[in-house]
Design a protein around this ligand. Structure first.
Ligand code: LLH
Ligand code: MG
Length: 383
């Protein structure tokens, strides 16, 4: 079996999320948005899919030379070859392109072998507990504008929808009065007060606080018995995270957005810059490197908390040896119906039951139920 083609279809869909000037998502008026589907096909008719962006330039110049004519089961070799092409080319060949290719290859392997990806990886479970992960704070009345809004939404998420756990993304610029350690702690205290002592709670605040501000947050969260805090400072300063870990008993989770795949996670663990390691398929270049990080964490007796939702992360979560890790479900907001099925799928990828468990698909590959008719009818571009 040899890879015969890799193609991209970009299609239109209706979105009700808008991005602020810093790139954070919030509810907004419905508008047209674009999404892409990457398809890898083989000479004997097998195929694998991944929703993700893969522009024409890097597809022709870097990806096709690395994959065409190759055995699609040589994922590790293909991933390394692409990784090596990133040197001096990170701007045009970012990790997210490696992710799209790697996930499409895992999907292809699963479909060809008739097994879901988590079982190819070595499954440990078929469901994972979720946490409700909010959008960043805003100024929308009854949205996420006040500490009470976070508390009210937490009550709905945990007591009505059944989420076992809740994570606040608090206010960031360009919102007025953001960032503010005091307001972040007020929101965290309001949520703790609303949910009582037993629900695990997490905070993901402004990502560029100073050391003193991050420590003040950590000391406040120690008192509120928070489960972890992530990314309160620029992750390029690993020394700041070592300093923070040395000065607080609050578990610090990271790195999330720092470039460097498994290599950087290894350095953080060795340096004592985190208590829980972190990464998601879209941060580190795919399922292949994220499993390396899961095994690295396991070998150090450390938990890995997976960043972000989606099928790739869910399959990894269901193939990790250390139980108890959460699926990040979101980003959620009181004005957005997260349960709505995306137009390009026939059903959601991350169905959550009333006990707050997200179930991984048992269908072959990544198990996405793709609405190919919708994609064809709303096609913008294909190459
Ligand atoms: O800053 C944001 O918009 C969120 O923090 C986002 O990156 C989210 O994916 C996250 O950090 N989750 O943990
Ligand atoms: Mg985060």
């Amino acid at each position: 079996m040899k890879i015969a083609n890799i193609a991209v279809q970009t299609f239109r869909y209706r979105s009700n999320t808008v991005r602020d000037s810093e790139g954070h998502g919030h509810p907004g008026p419905e508008h047209d948005a674009a999404q892409s589907l990457v398809t890898i096909t083989t000479d004997d008719g097998a195929s694998g899919y991944c929703f993700g962006n893969l522009p024409k330039g890097p597809l022709e110049n870097a990806v096709k030379p690395a994959v065409l004519g190759k055995d699609p089961f040589y994922r590790e070799k293909i991933w390394h070859e692409l990784k090596e092409r990133q040197r001096l080319n990170l701007a045009t060949l970012p990790d997210r392109i490696l992710t799209a290719v790697d996930m499409a290859l895992w999907d292809l392997a699963g479909r060809a072998l008739g097994q879901p990806v988590h079982k190819l990886l070595g499954a440990t479970r078929d469901k994972a507990p979720a946490y409700a992960s909010t959008m960043c704070g805003d100024d929308l009345p009854n949205g996420l504008a006040t500490p009470e809004d976070y508390a009210n939404f937490a009550i709905w998420c945990v007591k009505e929808r059944g989420y076992p756990s809740y994570k606040l993304h608090t206010w960031q610029p360009p919102y007025p009065n953001a960032p503010s350690v005091k307001r972040d702690l007020a929101a965290c205290a309001a949520v703790r007060e609303a949910l009582g002592p037993d629900v695990p709670l997490m905070l993901d605040p402004f990502h560029y606080y100073s050391r003193e501000e991050a420590l003040a947050l950590a000391k406040g969260l120690e008192k509120l018995d928070y489960y972890w805090m992530e990314e309160p400072m620029d992750e390029h300063s690993m020394s700041s995270y070592v300093w923070l870990c040395e000065n607080t008993s609050l578990p610090i989770c990271g790195p999330e957005t720092a470039e460097g795949k498994m290599y950087v996670r290894a350095e953080w663990i060795k340096a004592g810059a985190c208590d829980l390691t972190r990464g998601g398929v879209w941060d580190v270049g795919g399922i292949t490197p994220l499993m390396k990080i899961a095994h690295l964490a396991e070998a150090f007796g450390m938990r890995m908390e997976v960043h972000g939702g989606g099928v790739g992360n869910l399959h990894v979560l269901c193939a990790m040896a250390t139980p108890g890790e959460f699926y990040e479900r979101g980003l959620l907001h009181p004005f957005i119906d997260y349960e709505a099925v995306p137009e390009w799928l026939n059903k959601r990828d991350d169905p959550m039951d009333e006990q707050g468990f997200v179930h991984v698909s048992q269908a072959p590959g990544l198990g996405q139920d793709i609405n190919f008719d919708y994609i064809r009818d709303n096609l913008i571009e294909a190459y």
